[in-house]
Write a protein that binds this ligand. Structure first.
Ligand SMILES: Cc1cc2nc3c(=O)[nH]c(=O)nc-3n(C[C@H](O)[C@H](O)[C@H](O)COP(=O)(O)OP(=O)(O)OC[C@H]3O[C@@H](n4cnc5c(N)ncnc54)[C@H](O)[C@@H]3O)c2cc1C
Length: 324
């Protein structure tokens, strides 16, 4: 634990201890860089009951288990993990300064891996429903697991339709749900109808059951479904990037280059917070790219400063090397 009020220095500060931040820490520590990783906890990966598309786990792996493995791997190579949030990030001459819940840190480079927060409908037992796979947030992740099931989709009409059409590939029993008929336009209804997707109006409540969920209609009737997908978008945790002036898109995703570098030199963004597909495997890839770029840039920086110093060193050396 960093002592509050004490300044610490490191080569790289990683903000966020989800799969992407931890993967970056593994790479950077193996490049013999000093790494401090800050994590506020409660990331998206912790919600995953079991992922079946994470390469290397043929029987699947829970989010918690995956994180525990990554933490063990990062710390084994020297990453120091600090359970604290980073409150601000500023660029100062020669270093980035992070104000954290555990003191100030000066870092030569920063990797932002702060993730996103899913928006979800207000319902009792939401976390339990996610853990049971009854409420799901990511069809790319797990539509395979719900083949042939009764699926409802909730969200603003455009994204709900898009997600329902995606899921239609996996099941014939799909509906889009809404509170009021005016929530879904005629053209969306027509497109849904053409694809064999129903629209349920007047859904007043969602009640979790042991093996599914009841849609409770305004007239009190219920309809049982197996799975609810939310297509409600998410809030991107890019405040630190914005604070330091990095470019983001209109949704708040951090824009990155081919090495996951942001528009601010020395600041990188990996995982869900960076604009790309929100998947663990993508975060791993970005982490590898960012870490290698950081390491090479720091090597080049060091070689450059050596070259600059070299003539002076020769000039002052009382014992020139033979042949030098
Ligand atoms: C229910 C569910 C199922 C999913 N299933 C799959 C799947 O099967 N396959 C797949 O590839 N993906 C899946 N995903 C998506 C996957 O979880 C994300 O793509 C992945 O977790 C992104 O990793 P990350 O490191 O970018 O962010 P996260 O895992 O969200 O971690 C971000 C971390 O940053 C920390 N943080 C944020 N701000 C700060 C700050 N200021 N200071 C310090 N720490 C901070 C948070 O506390 C958090 O721990 C699923 C997501 C959900 C919700």
């Amino acid at each position: 634990m960093i002592n509050p009020g004490i300044n610490r220095f490191c080569d790289v500060a990683v903000v966020g201890g989800g799969p992407a931040g931890l993967a970056a820490a593994v790479y950077l520590s193996r490049f013999l860089r000093s790494v401090l990783l800050f994590d506020a906890g409660d990331g998206r990966a912790e919600l995953i009951p079991k992922t079946h598309n994470c390469p290397g786990f043929p029987d699947g792996v829970s989010g918690k288990d995956l994180l525990a493995r990554l933490r063990a791997q990062a710390t084994a190579y020297g990453t120091e993990i600090v359970a604290a949030g980073v409150k601000s990030l500023t660029a100062q001459p020669g270093a980035f300064v992070l104000a954290t819940g555990a003191g100030h840190v000066h870092a030569s480079r920063v990797v932002l891996a702060t993730g996103v927060v899913d928006r979800a409908p207000a319902m009792h037992g939401l976390r339990k429903a996610i853990a049971a796979g009854i409420v799901r947030l990511c069809p790319v992740c797990d539509a395979y697991e719900v083949q042939g099931q009764r699926i409802a989709v909730v969200g603003p009409e455009r994204s709900a339709l898009k997600e329902a059409l995606y899921l239609r590939h996996y099941s014939r029993d799909i509906c889009i749900i809404c509170n009021y008929p005016e929530d879904i336009s005629g053209s969306t209804r027509a497109k849904a109808d053409a694809a064999g997707i129903a629209v349920r109006d007047f859904v007043d409540d969602l009640v979790l059951r042991n093996s599914g969920l009841d849609l409770v209609m305004a007239d009190g009737s219920t309809e049982r479904i197996d799975v609810l997908y939310t297509a409600m978008g998410c809030d991107v945790r890019s405040e630190l990037a914005m604070e330091v002036g990095a470019h983001c898109d209109e949704d708040g995703y951090i824009l990155v280059g081919p090495h996951a570098q942001t528009s601010i030199e020395g600041v990188y963004a990996v995982g869900d917070v960076a604009k790309a597909l929100n998947q663990i495997a993508v975060g791993f890839g970005q982490a590898a790219l960012a870490s290698t770029h950081i390491h090479n840039a720091m090597l080049a920086e060091r070689a450059g400063s050596r070259c600059e110093k070299e003539p002076e060193a020769h000039h002052q050396s009382p014992n020139p090397r033979p042949g030098g």
